[in-house]
Design a protein. Structure first.
Length: 608
């Protein structure tokens, strides 16, 4: 969601802060601002809109201070305008704050502070927090921030500076990611390592209710009660090139085209060909412990939820273990039945998704064993779960997830293979699955070679206002994912359904202007899908079919065909998702949409 970067050192900080902030643009935002301490005074500039608007406002007149904080805001309290943009300051104009998250008791605090004479200019909860810090301030910014945060409810990642302590940044988190970057004679704070990777690879990840104090030469971390903590220093193991477009017009297209490699990375060192199984060292569970689970619950949001649905189908069909999929946002509020024989698996690309993290904590509280499938090393979910699997897809910058989705599905296939070999899958069956998994990167590359042809199909249908996506079995969740991709980046209304459910309502929408996308590999329900196509054509609908081969039965039924290689039914979603990603991408480009930063969306949803 929102982006935070802070710097304290001995060189001018404004330019590098803004450059760092630009690397967080993918997270989604509606305004940007900067605060520095220059000649002992706090200087604040902020603008609605893109970072470019802020840079234009500065007009080359960069603040000269050696300490500063910058922010991109995604509006929660108050409309996106200059007054509501961050940073916010106290009534003395000496303390500035940037904040990700939501202060849930802001109204009550605002009322109490107003009675003490505080005057507020914005509609934000963040301004309330900086006034509360002012109220608590005596002679230590660190102690004032700690005292203020003990009074607030909700989620926060904050960075605070004061003209009274001109080389110090105080940062804290609860439910919103934040890290310290350790340099040589300079230190950083950021909500994402991408912002500071150009300057340091050494980071300290903050956990909930931890406060960091950084100066150019020192950093320390305390809990919210000001007790000193010892924290490990981690090393970021990816390069700056991973978060650059590399010649592609959009990050989304780059990440779609990276999928042969990202799928390879997810499987690297994990497939055991002779045993027909998978090695997942991060599970940290014995065979006996895995066999002891009587039920698995997969929790996720958005695209990760669609991957979880595919995982449910895999685990039940191949490993024969009862599996449920839950929206993380609903799971913790509905009093779920859990015990020590339940494995709860949270799936999140960022590893910071607020609802998924909260659901994992609730599962642990109720006695269930927890596991994570995440992409971001060192993320909060990765540190919270009992065990886990990194998908190693590499940084994903485009807001609409592509390579993380296919890698999540592959990771779930690896886990299914591991569980299945313990329960129901023979070594020969296991070897066949391993063989099919090994073939996926080459098969994906084959599909990507037809990207231009898929773009031509998209051009034929980019004027449609509504699109229906249909699939059955393992490819029903792919229909959901394809519809989501189109909605996210092209703003075209799209819905995904099990193909047989078309007759139970959606068929009323079909006419000559309605494209219907069928995910129809030649699997066990292929003939049923053919019948559904005939029903659409009988109502003059336009049919786009994702198929394995040119079948004579499709003649006269389909208006456009997109071919994918054949694989095992359980793995077909990895292949069938690729053309739907490309279709959505090309429709969005044809319609002139901002592909990488679609309106109203954020890459990492760290608030409810």
């Amino acid at each position: 969601m929102c982006g935070i970067v802070g710097f304290t050192g001995r060189r001018p900080g404004a330019a590098l802060l803004l450059e760092g902030l630009k690397k967080l643009e993918y997270r989604g935002y509606d305004s940007a601002g900067i605060a520095t301490i220059t000649d002992g005074k706090l200087v604040v500039r902020k603008q609605p809109g893109r970072i470019a608007s802020l840079v234009e406002d500065l007009d080359g007149d960069m603040p000269e201070g050696n300490v500063g904080i910058v922010h991109t805001r995604w509006a929660t309290h108050g409309v996106p305008n200059q007054i509501n943009a961050h940073p916010h300051t106290d009534s003395t104009g000496s303390i500035a704050i940037v904040h990700n998250g939501i202060i849930e008791n802001a109204s009550a605090i605002r009322e109490a502070l107003s009675k003490k004479g505080h005057v507020f200019e914005s509609d934000t909860d963040t301004e309330v927090l900086v006034h509360l810090i002012e109220e608590m301030y005596e002679d230590s910014l660190e102690l004032a921030v700690a005292a203020a945060l003990r009074e607030v409810d909700g989620a926060f990642g904050v960075a605070v500076i004061s003209a009274k302590e001109p080389d110090t940044i105080v940062a804290a988190r609860r439910g919103s990611p934040l890290l310290i970057g350790i340099g040589d004679g300079e230190n950083f704070v950021a909500s994402d390592a991408a912002a500071i990777i150009e300057h340091t690879r050494f980071v300290v990840y903050l956990d909930d209710n931890e406060i960091a104090v950084i100066t150019p030469d020192e950093h320390h971390v305390t809990d919210i009660d000001s007790k000193r903590l010892e924290k490990d220093v981690s090393t970021v193991d990816w390069d700056l090139e991973a978060i650059e477009r590399g010649g592609y017009p959009h990050f989304m297209l780059k990440e779609i085209m990276e999928q042969p490699q990202s799928i390879c990375n997810t499987m690297r060192g994990r497939l055991l060909e002779e045993q027909g199984s998978a090695r997942l060292n991060g599970l940290a569970m014995t065979d006996a412990q895995l066999l002891g689970f009587e039920r698995i619950i997969l929790i996720a949001c958005g695209t990760s939820w669609h991957a979880a649905l595919i995982g449910e189908y895999m685990l039940e069909e191949l490993a024969r273990i009862p599996t449920e999929v839950e929206y993380a946002s609903e799971f913790r509020y509905r009093n779920p039945v859990l015990d020590e024989k339940t494995l709860v698996i949270g799936i999140s690309q960022s590893g910071e998704t607020a609802d998924t993290l909260a659901a994992i904590k609730e599962a642990k509280r109720r006695g269930a064993r927890t596991m994570g499938i995440v992409n971001s090393v060192g993320s909060t979910i990765a540190r919270e779960v009992d065990s886990g699997v990194y998908i190693h897809a590499g940084p994903e910058i485009g807001v609409a997830s592509t390579k993380a989705f296919t890698s999540q599905v592959v990771a779930l296939a690896l886990f299914t293979l591991r569980m299945g070999r313990l329960k129901t899958i023979s070594v020969l069956e296991g070897r066949e699955i391993v063989k099919a998994l090994n073939a996926l990167p080459t098969q994906v590359a084959t599909i990507l070679e037809t990207a231009d042809e898929i773009g031509e199909v998209a051009a034929r249908f980019n004027d449609a206002d509504n699109v229906l996506y249909l699939g059955r079995g393992f490819n029903f969740p792919v229909a959901l994912e394809g519809a989501l991709k189109l909605k996210e980046i092209s703003y075209v209304h799209a819905e995904g359904y099990p193909a047989a459910e078309m007759k139970h309502g959606p068929i009323a929408l079909i006419d000559e202007s309605m494209p219907v996308v069928f995910v129809a590999p030649q699997d066990g329900v292929y003939q049923k899908i053919i019948s559904n196509m005939q029903e659409v054509k009988a109502r003059k609908g336009k049919v786009i079919a994702i198929v394995n081969e040119d079948d004579p039965e499709l003649d006269g039924l389909v208006d456009a065909k997109i071919f994918i290689p054949a694989t095992l039914d359980a793995l077909s979603p990895v292949l069938s998702a690729i053309p739907l990603q490309l279709f959505a991408y090309h429709v969005a480009v044809h319609r002139g949409c901002d592909v990488d930063q679609p309106r109203n969306l954020a890459k990492s949803v760290t608030v409810e």
